[in-house]
Write a protein that binds this ligand. Sequence first.
Ligand code: HEC
Length: 347
Amino acid sequence: MNPLNFPGNLLTTLAATLLLVNVTLAHDGVTHQAPSSDAQPVVTASVAVKPGTSTVWGRDYFPNPTLITQDGEKVRFFDDLIEGKVVAINFIYTSCEELCPLETAKLKRVAEILGDRVGKDIFFYSISIDPDIDTPTVLKAYKKKFNVGPEWPFLTGNRADIIELRKKLGLYIDDIQNNPDNPNDHNLSMIIGNQATGRWMKRSPFEDPYVMATQMSDWLHNWKTASVNTKDYADAPKLKKMVPGETIFRTRCSSCHGFGKDGVGPDLQGVTKQRDPAWLVRWLMEPDKMLAEKDPLAMSLFNRYKVRMPNMGLTTQDVEDLINYMEAETEKLSNGTVASSAGESGE
Ligand code: HEC
């Protein structure tokens, strides 16, 4: 099993404790029935509904601490960030080298798919869990690495306030949190929701960004805007001629890499020819170790892109499939639209 594949477990445990509405819906992608717009949240034992509040998770449930944006602007969590809004929230810390870049890159793909709705009727927030280090200036530089615009604030604040927020969002697990080796160790902590309707869903950075975008644009908006939204499944690459490796690439790599253009990570067009095969295989299997060992090529790439490619726990089969896929994509590009059966024409 893939060691990073733990969000499934977390989802199950957390769903039980987090009291999400229609949690079963949250587990099975997007092909479920439309929730009725007046659906009331299911109330379970540990969240008390105060009479007179419009949703279970309203002002009485969420704290309203002051947070500070990358520009030093003060905002209130409930009043300014989530009240009445469809939101995606992830908790990060900029010194996190493994999962945080993956999450941020994945969310960025989702934001790109949603296009100009981000900041208008869908809101993205990244909140640091390490406020001592993550000052507004640090967050600003981090945002720049990912090329994230002003419509998506990165926030910091008081440590205790932020822990409280994570607890309220069900994104804080004591066992993981109290790891003495790394006090910042955090579970994959991304959630999307609609404060007004009380629907919240935990998401994993390994999910297909198109699915997450659809969940945010349609499901959480109760399909109100579904027909208006043009950047949707229609834009998703067709799932017809999938070579093995393509699925892995789409779910795990495409948020940082493309072919023919740079992203968070380098352009992968031609990479299978450019790199020594053994180097490439090892890089895909354990980029973290190669960076730790200061492999010269890995370091020079890192110095250019400033983000560490995460170890994604790929199997040797995954790696073989991915290499074949990268080769096939490169060939497609270099042959233009007409696929040649004559094989390589050389560089
Ligand atoms: C969070 C972003 C991220 C993800 C996800 C990611 N990478 Fe990377 N990748 C990078 C960065 C950044 C580099 C440059 C080296 C560094 O800084 O660690 C890189 C480098 C590479 C390289 C070396 C490029 C070269 O020029 O030699 C290859 C190949 C590669 N990635 C393939 C993949 C594949 C395949 C996946 C999916 C299994 C993947 N990456 C997932 C960010 C990412």
